[in-house]
Design a protein around this ligand. Sequence first.
Ligand code: NAD
Length: 694
Amino acid sequence: MSETYRLHGDVAVITLDNPPVNGLGQKLRTAVAEGMDRANADPAVKAIVITGAGSAFSGGADIREFNTPKALVEPTLRTLIDKAGASAKPVIAAINGTCMGGGLELSLGCHYRIAKTDAPLALPEVKLGLIPGAGGTQRLPRAVGVEAALNMITTGAPVPAVKFKGTALIHEVIEGDMLEGALRFARQVAGKPARLVRDIAIELPDAPAYFEAARKTVAAASKGLTAPLKCVEAIEAAVALPFDEGIRRERDIFTELIQSTESHALRHAFFGERAASKIPDVPADTPTRRIERVAVIGAGTMGGGITMNFLSAGIPVTLLEMKQEALDKGVATIRRNYEGSVKRGKLTLEKLDKAMALLAPTLAYDDIKGADLVIEAVFEEMGVKEGVFRKLDEVMKPGAILATNTSTLDVDRIAAFTKRPQDVVGLHFFSPANIMKLLEVVRGAKTAKDVMATVMALAKKIRKTAVVSGVCDGFIGNRMLERYQRQCFYLIEEGATPQQVDRALENFGFAMGLFRVGDLAGNDIGWAVRKRRYVENPEVPYSKIADRLCEMGRFGQKTGAGWYRYEPGKRDPIPDPAVDAIIDAYRKEMGIKPRAISDDEIVDRCVYALANEGALILEEGIAQRASDIDMVYLTGYGFPLKRGGPMFHADTVGLERVVAAMKRFAANPHGDPGFWEPAPLLARLAAEGKKFNA
Ligand code: NAD
């Protein structure tokens, strides 16, 4: 810990020191306020510098204090900011590194700001469903102009300090030693009149038209979230109102948002992501294995995408296929994907070349034996996986991690094909694997702890959200999806249309309804899985409606028809009377009289089906915690972020109400007896008035 208050001749230096990111918690706020009082009372002090310990200035408010009485204990962040501005001696924020949220708001309240060239500046509150609540929306537009402030505040994205050189946000960029630069700057400005950001006038001709256009752009990019639009509203207040009134408006909006389900959901996801990386019986200091070379088996849809993750992270990959043709095709697809990113301006040619140079295609197992990690992504058939794993066991060096990307097969059985089941783990990527955030890490019965620690750390390196799952059919995500899908099929049997189901789910906030997803991914994939399940679980009733479509070759976009029809070369789903006829015939055959079904019923049945299976998964220990299940659905299945995931959504509705609705659904004469039996955990929590996410 560095000393908070230190005199350097006639300059007092206050150091924000609260690892890891110098969060402005109550203790630190008090120390800073005391430091400013002390400096002002000391006649020897001419100027005050505030800087951060370590590599950050301040990551902002301590978000663990949100909605707790601690955030309201004086000095609050706003009091502290006012105090800096009211100081008789100039206060200089010396931004030595990351400066975000409340950290940036504090610096905006100071008389001057100087910064390290690349110090990332951001107001990321919007990512938590909030607006900056300590003057950020009122001061930043005054300091950098409305346009730049709007971009920063509505996206929450960091911008390097140097970009603001010459604006009222950054008075000087410091290339060398920060403290030295800060002391020099402080002495330069001491005793001279200083202007506060709050006193800068904002010039914006035709503000109403400007904000009208801004609202449209922001709404289009905000995926149904409210907070980005509220950011625009607050910035509009900065333009329209005198400073103090604008601050009050900002506070009102902040107070409204902090109580919203959306903000709770986003904060749940924020903490959920961090929690997911922890495994209770694998301590953080578990030694990890070195992963410097990766091999991928199978250059198909998944193998190619998986390979790209490592290439992009600078890790060399040897990609193995059975046949030259498949190998060439896989490599060409990888290159084409990178070229697409170059065309969209997301990647430089230099980076493309660098990534491709790390790729070594091969047909020979001899070329992969030195890899530290091998990921199998061949056909989803146990026999094929067996062949691959027996071979891997034979050739791979001792200590290599052997991973499978299987979606549904038993990882323990796959591990048993080797003499080293402790080295086997499931790494279940989602399609497209180079884009989707989710990685289910499937922990086999014998998977070693250091293997778990290694792959969790590796997931971070390739920027995935890793969630641990135990072994079961479908793991967390696809096992729950089966229940959801089943309800979608029942709903159309009972009277809904695929387009009504999709519309209801999309209005709820899903990225895409189930039937559109099926057409996109290929309905034959689910069909193959169902056919296996019919054999494995003959006692379970399955809706055969989807099979009817598949039997007619309606696999989706790739065949021009599925649950919808598609014009050649287009991806827009068009409702198809042929599908209505198939559904109609199926209903007649089953003796079902169709009824009108409300959108609410559609959504509740689909989402409660997810939550109930989630409860079983939690109880069985397949998932470590309820928030892990939510992370799976938020990052891999297009579940609406603003609703926090299926478990969080059930908590929001109230588990008692969920159970009551399930009882109603169970009374439906066309049903699946037993489907709506509440999981014991759900029943118990509902009876006790508790939640999944305590
Ligand atoms: P795919 O058919 O596109 O690719 C499989 C590739 O493996 C083919 O190129 C094939 O030539 C190659 N291959 C087959 N046997 C091989 C062998 N013995 N040695 C070397 N190469 C071999 O399939 P995919 O969609 O990429 O799926 C691969 C795996 O990933 C499956 O286990 C699947 O369940 C899983 N998975 C798929 C998805 C998805 O959405 N497609 C998502 C998650 C997981």
